[in-house]
Design a protein around this ligand. Sequence first.
Ligand code: FE
Length: 129
Amino acid sequence: MQGTRLVLTGRVLSTTGSPIPRARVDFWQADATGVYDNSGFRLRGHQYTDETGRYSLHTIVPGPYPGRTPHIHVKVRVPGKPVLTTQLFFPDDARNRTDPLYKPGLLLTVQNTNSGKEATFDFVLDLGK
Ligand code: FE
């Protein structure tokens, strides 16, 4: 599909730094023109972290839509625990400053590559006792 190729990788960790295997990581994003597919749900899907808590998503960079800077919606789910619902943002986008949902702590680390971009983000879950 149209858009800048994006490979997003990272880990799901506990607050003590332990990797969380088999966490369900659910991604949802707009296409490069800022449009969500609300009928076929293209660009929505989930995967499970591996034994070292890692996930790897091959996608495209989402486009902005009115009122919103580019972002990727994420839900991280571990059985029996509260769901983490959050969004990830791209650095160096002027629209971040005017998006009320933007948070600097949710910035991806992004590098340009020959084929597009590589980004990383680690989710940290407080699993309690
Ligand atoms: Fe959105």
